[in-house]
Design a protein around this ligand. Structure first.
Ligand SMILES: N[C@@H](CCC(=O)N[C@@H](CS)C(=O)NCC(=O)O)C(=O)O
Length: 195
């Protein structure tokens, strides 16, 4: 099984965590923009090759990895909704981040303002929810919680937002950082990757 991605992508990080949790053997290939444009119609990372199978999105990859290991892909609809909302916030944040490199910002581009409002409102909603409470599953955190953690950790790493106004989310990230599988996949902990 070959996972293509980058060390910094929060989507790829979630897959690396799921692969580690399920003890799935895999190889990791760093894919830059040119490689992802050539090998995936989505032109994004992650993508996965396993024998003849080609998967092009972190959600389908997550489903494949969990189910292959006999685990469930989202037993809980609320957890799944959290996962979807966080994906929306993450897509918007990454869009703002990448367009910022071309000097398009929420200050000078109306649609990016809407993207920024999405991020802010989803963060607010997440702040007002309970996190890291008891959950029935084989691992310490659900996939909705892991996705939120990958997003928050990426936002802090890339300085996209601060969590000063979100004390509950800050506490949640601290808790996740105490989970070795999460900590070992931090963008700055490159050497820990592989199987
Ligand atoms: N829906 C995709 C989103 C993946 C995504 O946005 N990946 C970013 C890196 S974090 C990317 O490759 N962006 C390249 C681009 O936007 O051209 C997934 O869940 O896998």
């Amino acid at each position: 099984m070959e996972l293509f991605g980058s060390y910094t992508s929060p989507y790829v990080r979630h897959i690396r965590i799921a692969l580690a949790e399920t003890k799935t053997k895999f190889s990791f290939t760093e894919a830059d923009y040119a490689m992802s444009a050539k090998l995936s119609p989505a032109k994004k990372v992650p993508f996965l090759h396993h024998n003849d199978l080609r998967l092009h999105d972190s959600s389908s990859i997550l489903k494949y990895v969990r189910e292959k290991a006999g685990e469930r892909y989202f037993a809980d609809k609320k957890d799944y909704d959290q996962y979807c909302l966080v994906n929306t916030a993450m897509d918007a944040s990454i869009n703002i981040f990448l367009l910022g490199k071309e000097n398009l910002t929420p200050e000078n581009t109306q649609y990016l303002q809407r993207q920024q409002h999405r991020v802010n409102d989803i963060l607010k909603l997440m702040e007002n929810k309970d996190h890291a409470v008891a959950y029935e599953g084989p691992h310490p955190f659900s996939d909705g919680e892991l996705r939120l953690g990958c997003f928050l950790s990426w936002g802090l790493f890339r300085q996209r937002f601060s969590l000063d106004e979100y004390p509950q989310l800050l506490e949640f990230v601290d808790k996740l950082n105490d989970y070795p599988t999460f900590a070992e996949t931090h963008p700055e902990a490159k050497s820990q990757i592989t199987e």
